[in-house]
Design a protein around this ligand. Structure first.
Ligand code: SAM
Length: 219
């Protein structure tokens, strides 16, 4: 594994996989649900943004990088994508994703790969790739962006945590200093430059809460 902190990232997400997924299911106390609607509303905002900007995915091949518990994979399958691949470093996340897809009866059109995208050996390309809630944990995005470019056929959707929002110091202390999972933040110009230098054209960069959501196409 590369020197850049993937073991800590995988350990953290394995530990909190179930808790993370309850943000989507709402299977928690009503007070905790209320807090999620307020403190984690970007998770819902970025989900809606991705589904809007992915467009009509019928018949498409999609790759979700850092797929977590599989909520985007499941929705793409529900929208009749031809095939969806989820890639993640955390096996506990992938177990949840596999269970969800089984329950949804979409297992024949989805598969999951346990890997860091950088080290994933594949010759495949996908019509659409997405990396959502992912860059927060990536120390050096350019090499992974270049890897994503090689597997992207048409469109790449990504979400980046913004530098200098009030959540930034809170997450830095909670995640990095208390829970041992490094977390990073980005400026808009930096995000656009990195995506462009990886060989994409930035089509739009929207501010969604405390995130930048970027639609890029293959040049
Ligand atoms: C915040 S979760 C987001 C999950 C999902 N994209 C969502 O928004 O519901 C971040 C996920 O990215 C995964 N991850 C982080 N770095 C990764 C890497 N280099 N390669 C693959 N997965 C990674 C983590 O294991 C975790 O499951």
């Amino acid at each position: 594994m590369k020197k850049d902190n993937m073991p800590q990232v995988a350990r953290y997400w394995n530990t909190i996989a179930q808790d993370f997924d309850t943000i989507y299911t709402g299977e928690k106390s009503s007070f905790a649900r209320f807090l999620d609607q307020w403190l984690r509303k970007d998770i819902f905002g970025r989900f809606d943004w991705v589904m809007e900007h992915a467009g009509d995915v019928r018949g498409m091949r999609i790759c979700d990088i850092g797929c977590g518990s599989g909520r985007f994979v499941a929705e793409f399958a529900r929208r009749n994508a031809a095939h969806v691949t989820g890639v993640d470093v955390a096996p506990e996340m992938l177990k949840l994703a596999e269970k969800l897809i089984e329950e949804n009866g979409a297992a024949d059109r989805c598969r999951f790969v346990e890997a860091d995208i950088l080290n994933w050996k594949t010759e495949e390309t996908f019509d659409v790739t997405i990396a959502i809630g992912f860059w927060d944990y990536i120390m050096a995005p350019p090499e992974r962006l270049r890897r994503i470019r090689t597997i992207t056929g048409k469109k790449f959707l990504s979400a980046w945590p913004r530098f200098w929002t009030w959540r930034m110091p809170v997450r830095k202390v909670r995640l990095e200093y208390i829970q041992g999972c490094p977390v990073y933040f980005f400026r808009k110009s930096q995000v656009e430059r990195m995506i462009t230098e990886a060989g994409f054209r930035v089509e739009r960069c929207d501010t969604v809460g405390k995130l930048f959501c970027v639609e890029a196409s293959v040049v």
